[in-house]
Design a protein around this ligand. Structure first.
Ligand code: FAD
Length: 399
C-alpha cells in the first residue's frame, strides 16, 4: 500500500472534525485531509425531538459531501490503527497516511452489548433508543401507540454523549401522554445512575419538580442492566448508596447504551488505558499528553466536560489556535474552560438550557433568563435556532 502525506490529518468528519477542518481552511492551511467513511453527516441533537414526535428524522441527515469544507481532502475510509511514533494512520483497506499534525475525533462507541438482552430487543416489543438515527422514529411510534401500561426510561452509568438526552425523552413522552389525556393510566419510570437528576443542585431541584408534576417515579443511583423483551421486563441494579435492585415491567422502554472510546482507540498508544479508553489529552490545551503533534476533541477525547456538540463549539477554536502555535514553534496559549451545555427539553414547548464550565459554574449565554428553569424561547432555539447555527455557521467554521 502507498503512503500519502498530509500536513494535517483529521480522523472523523462529524461535528468536531468538520468544525476543525473548516476553521483550519479559513485560516489558510491548504493541506488538510479528513478521514471519514460515512456518506452521511448527522445532527444528532435533534434525534431527541424525532423520538418525541416533534421533528422528522430526514431533517437531521445531510450528505457528508455537502458539509466537507471546500479545499479539504476527503479520504473516504475508516481509520483502523494509529502509530504516533511514526506519525501515521492506517485505514481499514491498508492505506497509510502520514501527518505532521493529527486531530483525533471519531466520536464515541455505543456499547449496546454491555446491557444484557438490549441489542436483540432494539426496534421491537416497545424497545427503542434515540441514540440511533434509524431507531429515533421508532421511539415516537412506540410513545404514540401507548395508551396505558408502563414506560421505562433509562440512563447508563459512565460518560455518555449528551447526558440529558435519556431524561429529555421521558418528559417529552409524558407531556404527549398528558395532552392525550392518558398520562394517569401510564406508570412512568426514569432510572438514572446518579444521586440526583442533575449535578447542579438548583437545576436538580427544578427537574425533581418537573418529574413529580408528570408523576414520574425517579430511581436514582441505579441503572438498567438487563432487558427481557419477551417478558417485557428490565432488571435494575443499584450503582450507589440508596439505589435498589429490582425488576420493572415495561410496555415502552427507551434505553441508552453504555459508551466508551472506539475499540481501535482503546488499543492504540493514544488511549488513557483505562476501561473508557479515550484519547488522553490535556483538558485545557486539548493536546495529547505524550504526543505533542496529536490533538483530540469531541466525544473521543478524555477531557472531563459533558460530551456535547456545544462543548465542541468552544473546543474547536482552541484546537486550531494551538495547532497554529505548534506549527509556528510557539508555546500553546489557547485554553478550553470545560464549557458544556445541556439543553433539557421539559415539554413540547419549554426547555431548560444548563450551561456550565469544568467547575460546574453556570455560564449562561442569555443572562436575563434564569438558567435553572425551563423557558419557552429556548424550545424555539432548540428546534430552529441551534440546527440553523449548526449547519450554516458551526460546520463552516464561523461559530
Ligand atoms: C440523542 C442525542 C441527543 C443529543 N443532544 C445534544 C444536544 O442537545 N446538544 C448537544 O450539544 N449535543 C447533543 N448530542 C451530542 C452530540 O451530538 C455529540 O456530542 C457530537 O456529535 C460529538 O461530535 P464528534 O465529532 O465527537 O462525534 P460525531 O459527531 O459522532 O462524529 C464522529 C464521526 O467519526 C466518524 N468515524 C467513526 N469511526 C471512524 C473511523 N474509524 N475512522 C474515521 N472516521 C470515523 C463517524 O462516521 C462520524 O462521522 C446528542 C447526541 C445524541 C445521540
Amino acid at each position: 500500500m502507498t503512503t500519502d502525506k498530509h500536513r494535517i490529518v483529521i480522523v472523523g468528519g462529524g461535528t468536531a472534525g468538520i468544525s476543525v477542518a473548516a476553521r483550519l481552511l479559513r485560516k489558510g492551511h491548504s493541506d488538510v485531509a479528513v478521514i471519514e467513511p460515512s456518506d452521511t453527516h448527522y445532527y444528532q441533537p435533534l434525534w431527541t425531538l424525532v423520538g418525541g414526535g416533534q421533528a422528522k428524522a430526514s431533517t437531521t441527515a445531510r450528505p457528508e459531501a455537502s458539509v466537507m469544507p471546500k479545499g479539504a481532502t476527503w479520504i473516504k475510509n475508516a481509520a483502523a490503527t494509529v502509530d504516533p511514533d511514526d506519525n501515521t494512520v492506517t485505514c481499514a483497506d491498508g492505506a497509510v497516511y502520514e501527518y505532521d499534525v493529527l486531530v483525533v475525533s471519531p466520536g464515541i462507541q455505543l456499547d449496546w452489548n454491555r446491557t444484557e438482552g438490549l441489542q436483540d430487543a432494539l426496534g421491537k416489543d416497545g424497545v427503542s433508543s434515540n441514540y440511533r438515527f434509524d431507531l429515533a422514529p421508532r421511539t415516537w411510534e412506540f410513545i404514540r401507540g401507548l395508551r396505558s401500561g408502563s414506560a421505562v426510561f433509562g440512563m447508563p452509568s459512565g460518560p455518555i454523549k449528551c447526558a440529558g438526552a435519556p431524561q429529555k425523552i421521558a418528559y417529552l413522552a409524558s407531556d404527549y401522554w398528558r395532552r392525550q389525556g392518558v398520562l394517569s393510566d401510564i406508570d412512568v419510570h426514569l432510572v438514572v445512575p446518579t444521586p440526583r437528576l442533575f449535578g447542579i443542585p438548583a437545576i436538580a431541584d427544578n427537574l425533581d419538580a418537573i418529574a413529580a408534576d408528570y408523576g414520574i417515579t425517579v430511581h436514582t443511583n441505579a441503572e438498567i442492566t438487563s432487558v427481557d423483551a419477551a417478558a417485557h421486563k428490565v432488571g435494575v441494579t443499584h450503582t450507589g448508596d440508596g439505589g435498589s435492585d429490582t425488576m420493572l415491567n415495561f410496555d415502552v422502554l427507551h434505553a441508552v447504551p453504555r459508551q466508551s472510546a472506539p475499540e481501535w482507540i482503546k488499543a492504540s498508544p493514544l488511549s488513557t488505558g483505562d476501561p473508557n479508553g479515550y484519547v488522553e489529552i490535556d483538558k485545557h490545551s486539548m493536546q495529547h499528553v505524550r504526543y505533542p503533534n496529536v490533538f483530540s476533541l469531541g466525544d473521543a477525547g478524555s477531557s472531563p466536560n459533558s460530551k456535547t456538540g456545544a462543548a465542541i463549539r468552544k473546543q474547536a477554536p482552541v484546537v486550531v489556535e494551538n495547532i497554529e502555535s505548534l506549527l509556528a514553534g510557539r508555546p500553546l496559549s489557547a485554553s478550553y474552560n470545560g464549557y458544556g451545555s445541556c439543553p433539557i427539553v421539559t415539554s413540547s414547548h419549554a426547555m431548560l438550557l444548563a450551561e456550565f464550565d469544568y467547575d460546574l459554574n453556570l455560564t449562561p449565554s442569555f443572562p436575563l433568563l434564569d438558567p435553572t428553569k425551563p423557558h419557552r424561547s429556548y424550545w424555539y432555539l432548540k428546534k430552529y435556532g441551534l440546527p440553523f447555527m449548526y449547519w450554516n455557521l458551526m460546520l463552516r467554521g464561523l461559530a
